[in-house]
Design a protein around this ligand. Structure first.
Ligand SMILES: Nc1ncnc2c1ncn2[C@@H]1O[C@H](COP(=O)(O)OP(=O)(O)OP(=O)(O)O)[C@@H](O)[C@H]1O
Ligand SMILES: [Zn+2]
Ligand SMILES: [Zn+2]
Length: 804
């Protein structure tokens, strides 16, 4: 008898223990770990989905035990969708992030493969198998489920899939179907006889006949026939009526990068680059899972190091995975990789439609793509033979997933590197303190690129004290910055301006009664957006009309405070009327392709100034940008987070690095109310090493990462009192079960205490060594399941990247 162990997908009864099911006889030799199945679950034998994690053939279980086991109902896949490596990874991920294995497994799959999508079986033309001909008389797609196929038939389909006679497609209900093309399939046996029956001057018909004769067994795309050989649709119709062809469809890959990209050659490396490349390449060749920290100042040519080490992996028939933060996944970066590696590259990012993502995923799964470039979730790309993993901008907080499973991409990269025996490159101009500290202890191998390419100087940075500047101009733009902007434009060069807040004004205050307009669902004031004429909540998306009077006292003395990108653009336009300004923030890049368009316009000099939020700080490489201005360096410093200084230093360094990257020298102006702050002063000197040592001392004194580990436990409920009480219970459970030396801070209300009508309390656990902690957190995880039914949500976040 064959038993399958299955992780079931039942949201309210999650457990990390698999359930055992008997495998029906017909499927015994077909079922494999990593396939999804349908099983009966619970008292009502409700049908639920699950993942096979293990298959035991010939189990000698006692008859009494097995008679109590239920039988699984059917297969949802004809082949594993999660491979052996990723199955193993899911287990480790569940354990280390205190999440449920089912959510780990689901996280690894592209969206289209998740439950609400229908799986279809499609025969691959030309169909020869008699059984297939019988079951798919019209050669169309049939849903892969129990209504359509018995288990015996499912078993047969797994075989046919292996032989390439059927394919699997995923269809989104009520959404775009998988992209297919109309095609025609030849049915003619005797071409000579057909040719005789065609009039000699019917050139279209003869042309089609020739095409068919040349490709008697492959479906021909109708569009290509019409476009390239000039065969009219009427001719095709005619052939169909005579029974010479049948209509069919062929699936086509949706290619997100349409235009062809010219290839380039590897660059001649500088001495520092050469050292880095040969050190890393040695590890690629020797299959050493070494972690390299590539600390290179902005514009030092880190990307070229990535490209040449990827090449080494490809040379030995291995694959490479390159991760970039979502907002750094700019068209510029994608183009650079495609230029070097062409069609071998697959791109995964949130700008793609689900269908496009699935196509890219499939190219990876089938081994067509050798290089994968993607944002966070691409770390799960099912590459089978990894030779190198790269995390660019490794310090970026977006590498941490904020939902279950709350993993850090870096940890997964290191795990996969061990599995594949391949090196990892962590690259950054401003490495995270954690990584830099590990390099200090030789856990990571430090490689430095201390100079810019061609010996270019880092740009000169000037700090403008806005407490004085304000008195002079009373505005968002200091005279220094305005003059520098004017000069840049006069020289026909370009400027980039950073303002880390979108919208127009950040809050509305009534001067009569002091009322501040807040989101009704969150503890946060609403931001005015002039382009949509609304007040928006940046946390839950709530929108309401811009009030003309105070909703509280009905007074008319309303004032708006705080400046966002929208207002800054408007003001700047008034100050420099002739200037062409492009704004780039979440609001202007919402539409597909907008991001690319804005950058293209800027690159083509259709604008003088690019003003935007932090999305402009990363990865941009425009030779004519000689001025960078930071309008408000302080927004990040005020956050209640021990990483506030690090984040500010990183952002300033990154954005400053956009200036003067080519021949022309760059200039940077940072406006701040805290000119004495060490993060700002050291960013001015662009001295990462000094910042690292200074910040390490402070972290040591305060007992924070990397000296201590932290776990954040958050409890929420609809009523504030209940959230507080539950947080209290969780906190005492922790107190009673962790090591003496472990510190437990809180519970305290979260800095933004209410979001989407839920009240949040948080507990911070700080420790150095604590063997008991995992068991305590496991208990909390188990409890969280029961508490959900009472309306509580408990989240465990290991090494949190945000405390908001
Ligand atoms: N060896 C080389 N010879 C000539 N040009 C190079 C070389 N290496 C890199 N470059 C060019 O130098 C510029 C800066 O390199 P790159 O963008 O890779 O730096 P980076 O370290 O990734 O920068 P950042 O971290 O600021 O994004 C690019 O235009 C790149 O094409
Ligand atoms: Zn009022
Ligand atoms: Zn809200």
């Amino acid at each position: 008898m064959t038993i399958a162990e299955i992780i079931v997908d039942v949201p309210t009864m999650q457990t990390n223990l698999p359930y055992s099911y008997v495998v029906p006889k017909e499927l015994e030799t077909k079922i494999q770990p990593g396939m999804r199945v349908v099983v009966p679950f619970g008292k009502g034998n409700r049908k639920v989905e699950g993942f096979v994690v293990k298959v035991d053939h010939d189990t000698e279980k006692a008859a009494t035990a097995t008679t109590q086991l239920k039988s699984l109902t059917s297969l949802m896949d004809l082949h594993p969708v999660v491979n052996t490596e990723l199955l193993k990874l899911s287990q480790w991920l569940a354990e280390t992030t205190y999440s449920f294995r089912i959510s780990c497994l689901l996280t690894m799959l592209p969206n289209v493969m998740k439950a609400k999508y229908q799986t279809l079986v499609v025969p691959v033309a030309p169909v020869t198998d008699p059984w297939l001909l019988d079951h798919f008389p019209h050669q169309d797609a049939i849903p892969l489920d129990q209504d359509h196929f018995s288990n015996q038939e499912l078993a047969r389909l797994t075989e046919l899939r292996k032989q390439g006679q059927v394919q699997i497609q995923y269809q989104v209900h009520n959404q775009a179907k998988p992209k297919t093309e109309l095609a025609v399939l030849n049915q003619i046996q005797d071409f000579e006889r057909c040719r005789e029956s065609i009039r000699k001057n019917a050139t279209g018909q003869l042309a089609l006949l020739n095409q068919l004769e040349r490709h008697p067994k492959t479906p021909l795309q109708q569009r290509t026939l019409v476009k390239q050989t000039g065969i009219s649709p009427a001719v095709i119709k005619n052939f169909e009526n005579r029974g010479w062809i049948t209509k069919t469809t062929v699936e086509k890959y949706r290619n997100p990068e349409q235009h062809p990209i010219a290839r380039d050659q590897p660059k001649r490396l500088t001495t520092d680059q050469q050292h880095a490349v040969s050190t890393i390449n040695a590890a690629v060749t020797d299959q050493q899972p070494t972690t390299f920290l590539l600390e290179g100042v902005t514009g030092s040519g880190k990307t070229e190091v990535y490209l040449q080490t990827i090449q080494r992996a490809l040379d030995q028939d291995e694959q490479a995975l390159m991760l970039v933060p979502e907002i750094a996944l700019t068209p510029q970066m994608v183009t650079r990789v495609k230029r070097r590696f062409g069609d071998q590259v697959a791109i995964l990012h949130s700008g793609l439609s689900n269908g496009e993502k699935y196509d890219e995923w499939r190219r990876i799964n089938e081994g067509t793509a050798q290089v994968v470039v993607g944002a966070r979730s691409a770390i799960f790309a099912p590459l089978q033979n990894l030779g190198l993993i790269i995390l660019d901008e490794e310090h970026d907080p977006s590498y941490k997933q904020s939902d279950n499973p709350r993993y850090h991409t870096r940890d997964i990269a290191l795990w996969r590197a061990q599995y594949h025996h391949c090196p990892v490159i962590l690259g950054s101009a401003t490495p995270s303190l954690e990584s830099r500290a590990r390099a200090e202890k030789d856990v990571y191998h430090l490689l430095r690129l201390p100079e810019r390419i061609n010996g270019q100087q880092l740009p000169e940075i000037q700090v403008v004290d806005m407490t004085n500047a304000l008195e002079r101009t009373g505005d968002l733009f200091s005279n220094e910055l305005l003059q520098a902007l004017q000069a840049t434009i006069d020289r026909h060069e370009q400027a980039v301006l950073l303002l880390n807040r979108r919208g127009f004004s950040s809050f509305m205050l009534c001067r009569d009664c002091g009322y501040v307009l807040k989101c009704p669902h969150c503890d946060i004031s609403l931001t005015m957006h002039l382009d949509s004429h609304t007040m928006k909540c940046h946390y839950c998306g709530y929108e309401t009309a811009i009030p003309t009077e105070c909703p509280h006292c009905h007074g008319h003395h309303i004032r708006y405070f705080g400046t966002g990108t929208e207002k800054a653009t408007q003001q700047l336009q008034q100050l420099l009327p002739q200037t062409r300004i492009l704004r780039m923030d979440v609001d202007t890049t919402r539409k597909k392709g907008a991001h690319r368009r804005i950058l293209q316009q800027f690159g083509a000099h259709q604008a003088d100034i690019l003003l935007g939020t932090q999305m402009i700080a990363k990865g941009l490489d425009f030779p004519d940008v000689t001025l960078v201005g930071v309008l408000n360096a302080d927004t990040g410093l005020e956050l209640p987070d021990f990483r506030a200084s690090e984040r500010t230093f990183d952002l300033l360094t990154q954005v400053a690095g956009r200036a003067g990257r080519a021949e022309k020298a760059g200039q940077v102006i940072i406006q701040t109310f805290n000119p004495e702050h060490y993060a700002i002063q050291l960013a001015q000197r662009q001295d990462y090493e000094a910042f690292f040592h200074r910040e390490m001392q402070l972290r040591h004194l305060a007992g924070y990462s990397p000296y201590f580990y932290t776990v954040l436990v958050t409890v929420s409920a609809l009523k504030e009192k209940e959230a507080a009480a539950e947080a209290g219970r969780v906190s005492s459970l922790l107190h009673d079960n962790v090591a003496q030396t472990t510190e437990i801070l809180g519970p305290t209300p979260r800095p933004i205490a209410r979001i989407k009508n839920r009240y949040y309390y948080q507990i911070i656990v700080k420790y150095k060594h604590d063997r008991q902690l995992p068991a305590a957190l496991n208990r909390i995880q188990a409890i969280s399941q029961k508490e959900v039914r009472k309306g509580f949500r408990i989240a465990i976040d290991v090494e949190p990247q945000s405390f908001m």
